[in-house]
Design a binder for this molecule. Structure first.
Ligand code: NAD
Length: 376
C-alpha cells in the first residue's frame, strides 16, 4: 500500500507527518511512501533525506494524493486535498473531531476511511501511538522555555558578587502530560515550582518532581477522576473554593503555565482578569489551552497580550509547532506504530476494523461519520 505525506498548509503548522527515520521503518514494514517535495522543510527535514530513506518525491500534494491508499497528516486535510483522495483511501491525522465537523463530513462524502489520532485509546498497547501525549509533552517543555524567554528575570537563584537573584516562582495549573513536563522543565531551570489539578492522583506526581501541590482537597476532589484518567468538570462550589485559594497563591507567582483541558469540552477558565491584575509587573502567563478557549481570561490565540499592569499573557497557538523537528519525529513514530495495525498477520495491507484501537479511532467509513461520540 502507498502512504502519502504532504505538506501541512494550515497557517503556522510547521510539523510533518513523516521524517526520514520513519520513512525507512514504513518501507521496511512493506509500505511505499510518497512525500510531497518540501513537506519536511519547516521541521528541518530535507527532501534528499526522505529520498535516501526510501521515499518517492511527488511534485505536488495532488500528485501524492492520487497515488495514496493511506494519507498521513498532522492536521486535517484541506477541502481540496480531501477531494483529491481516492475513494476508500485511509486518512490518519489529528482531525480535531469535536471542533472540525466540516472536514469529517467532507471525508465521509469522499468515501474516505478516517482515523482521528486524538481517539487512540489510552491503553498500554497504544501508548506508542499516543499522539496527544507525545505532543503535549513537548508543548509543556516549550511553554516554560517561552515563559523564560518572555520573563525579564532569571529562573534560577544566582549568587553573584553583585548580589543574589531570587529564584522565580512558577505555578503550573493542570498536571497532565504537558503540566508534568512543564514542572520538570521549570525545576531543571531552577525555579520554585507549585502546581494544581482537579485529579487527586496528580498530587503525588507533582511531589515526586519536587513541586508543591496546591488545591482544595475536599471529598469532591478525592472522587474527581474518570475511568479514562481524564478530569471531570467540577461543581460550581468546588470551583469557587479553589478559586479563592488560587487567588491568594497567584499573587505571589512570577510565571504561571496553564494546561487544563477536559476532553470534548471548552477549556475551564482558571485565571480571572482580577487574578492576572494581582500579579506583579513583568510576570508571565503561558496559556496552553488557548486554542480550546483558554484557561486565562484575556489570552488570545497567537498573541502575547501585555495587560495594563504589565503582565504578559502568552497565547501561542500550536506550541508543538514551535519545536517542530522533535514534535514531528515523535508524531511520525506514533503514526508508524499505527501503520502496523493496518496490516494482517501475513503483513498484507488489510486493516482489522475489529481491533480495539482502530475501532476507537475510526471516525468516518463507507460514506458516513461513524464514531459514537460524533453521531447525531
Ligand atoms: P488533558 O490534556 O486532558 O488535561 C490536562 C490536565 O488538566 C489534566 O491533568 C486535567 O486533570 C487538568 N484539569 C482539568 N480541569 C482542571 C481544572 N479545573 N483545574 C485544574 N486542572 C484541571 O490531560 P492529559 O495530559 O491528556 O492527561 C490526563 C491523564 O491521562 C494523566 O494522568 C496522564 O498521565 C494520563 N495518561 C495516560 C496514558 C495511558 O495510560 N496510556 C497516556 C497518556 C496520559
Amino acid at each position: 500500500a502507498v502512504i502519502a505525506v504532504i505538506k501541512e498548509r494550515r497557517a503556522g503548522e510547521t510539523r510533518v507527518a513523516a521524517v526520514p527515520e520513519t520513512v525507512k521503518k514504513l518501507a521496511a514494514a512493506g509500505f511505499s511512501v510518497v512525500v510531497e517535495a518540501g513537506a519536511g522543510l519547516s521541521a528541518s527535514f530535507q527532501d534528499a533525506d526522505y529520498e535516501a530513506a526510501g521515499a518517492a518525491l511527488a511534485k505536488t500534494a495532488k500528485d501524492a494524493l492520487g497515488k495514496a491508499d493511506i494519507l498521513f497528516k498532522v492536521r486535517a486535510p484541506e477541502a481540496d486535498e480531501v477531494k483529491a483522495l481516492k475513494k476508500g483511501a485511509l486518512v490518519v491525522a489529528l482531525l480535531n473531531p469535536y471542533q472540525d465537523r466540516t472536514t469529517l463530513d467532507a471525508l465521509a462524502a469522499q468515501g474516505a476511511t478516517a482515523f482521528a489520532m486524538e481517539f487512540v485509546p489510552r491503553i498500554t498497547r497504544a501508548q506508542v501511538m499516543d499522539a496527544l501525549s507525545s505532543q503535549a509533552n513537548l508543548a509543556g517543555y516549550r511553554a516554560v522555555i517561552e515563559a523564560a524567554w518572555a520573563y525579564g528575570r532569571a529562573l534560577p537563584m544566582m549568587m553573584t558578587p553583585a548580589g543574589t537573584i531570587a529564584p522565580a516562582k512558577v505555578f503550573v495549573m493542570g498536571v497532565g502530560v504537558a503540566g508534568l513536563q512543564a514542572i520538570a522543565t521549570a525545576k531543571r531551570l531552577g525555579a520554585v515550582v507549585t502546581a494544581t489539578d482537579v485529579r487527586p492522583a496528580t498530587k503525588e506526581q507533582v511531589e515526586s518532581l519536587g513541586g508543591k501541590f496546591v488545591a482544595v482537597e475536599d471529598e469532591e476532589f478525592k472522587a474527581a477522576e474518570t475511568a479514562g484518567g481524564y478530569a471531570k468538570e467540577m461543581s460550581a462550589e468546588y470551583q469557587a473554593k479553589q478559586a479563592a485559594l488560587i487567588t491568594e497563591h497567584i499573587k505571589k507567582q512570577d510565571i504561571v503555565v496553564t494546561t487544563a483541558l477536559i476532553p470534548g469540552r471548552p477549556a475551564p477558565k482558571l485565571v480571572s482578569a482580577a487574578q492576572v491584575a494581582s500579579m506583579r509587573p513583568g510576570s508571565v502567563i503561558v496559556d496552553l489551552a488557548v486554542e480550546q478557549g483558554g484557561n486565562v481570561e484575556g489570552s488570545k490565540p497567537g498573541e502575547a497580550v501585555v495587560t495594563a499592569n504589565g503582565v504578559t499573557i502568552v497565547g501561542h497557538a500550536n506550541l508543538p509547532g514551535r519545536i517542530a523537528a522533535d514534535s514531528s519525529a515523535l508524531y511520525a513514530r506514533n503514526l508508524t506504530a499505527f501503520a502496523e495495525l493496518l496490516k494482517d498477520k501475513e503483513g498484507q495491507f488489510a486493516p482489522d476494523f475489529e481491533d480495539e484501537i482502530l475501532k476507537a479511532a475510526l471516525v468516518t467509513k463507507d460514506g458516513a461519520v461513524v464514531h459514537p461520540s460524533l453521531k447525531g
